[in-house]
Design a protein around this ligand. Structure first.
Ligand code: FE2
Length: 239
């Protein structure tokens, strides 16, 4: 959709010309920084051979869940507005230091180098702290960190990553990239969901109303996908 079409649609919605200008100014401003962030994701993905389960599509999924979560909490926690850069940046970059693909410290250093001229020192500090402490395994081992005023931002990003993990195919893809065939990857993914993903709520890892409610639909979709994969793999000779 080009800008003229967008303008027409916004006019149809009774949005006046000043509001239209504000909307486009906002979009253009964040598009520049989003472009930088996703270019960095593509570069790191290529450098460290990060497979598609943890590359740009996953960054996009986490960004969208974090954005929805953030917006759902703005009315109760209006200070989050000032932490939006941190929430978006941490969401997009959070797996660019994943120890499954690189030494964590190397990844963090590259992220820091990349961000040091574009974020304020406080924003950079908390972006790094969120990324370093948000993974499922880190939380299981160490619990939640104390990030002071950024605690809510931390949970917004952390929960977004958990919500993205309800993607059953993504789990199959991860296991296939570790060298397993598709049937083994399917069973590995089933185990992961039964042992981990379906327990997020009972393990009290989803704290916000948004994440708890969202997880219900995502779990339902995951189960449908499991059933579908089971049918396909049972009836094919290509195993
Ligand atoms: Fe992730």
């Amino acid at each position: 959709m080009n800008i003229n079409t967008c303008m027409c649609l916004l006019n149809l919605c009774n949005i006046n010309s000043k509001q239209i200008k504000d909307i486009f100014r906002f979009n253009i401003t964040i598009m520049v920084s989003f472009n930088d962030l996703f270019t960095f994701v593509l570069m790191i993905t290529s450098k460290y051979n990060i497979d598609s389960s943890h590359s740009e599509k996953h960054s996009m999924d986490v960004l969208h869940f974090a954005d929805e979560n953030y917006r759902s909490q703005l009315r109760d926690f209006p200070y989050l507005e000032k932490q939006k850069n941190v929430i978006y940046t941490a969401s997009i970059l959070h797996d660019m230091c994943d120890k499954k693909y690189m030494k964590k410290d190397d990844g963090i250093k590259e992220i820091e180098e990349f961000l040091k001229y574009s974020l304020k020192p406080e924003e950079l500090h908390y972006t790094k702290r969120i990324i370093e402490t948000m993974s499922y395994s880190t939380v299981k081992k160490n619990g939640y960190p104390d990030l002071g005023n950024y605690q809510m931002a931390y949970h917004v990003v952390r929960e977004a990553d958990l919500l993205a993990s309800y993607d059953f195919d993504r789990s199959i893809i991860y296991h296939m990239n570790k060298g397993n065939n598709i049937t083994t990857s399917y069973y590995n993914a089933l185990d992961l969901f039964n042992e981990r993903v379906f327990n997020y709520n009972t393990d009290k890892l989803l704290l916000s109303d948004y994440a708890q409610q969202k997880s219900v639909g995502l779990a339902s979709n995951a189960i449908k996908r499991m059933v579908s994969w089971n049918r396909i793999l049972q009836k094919t000779h290509f195993r």
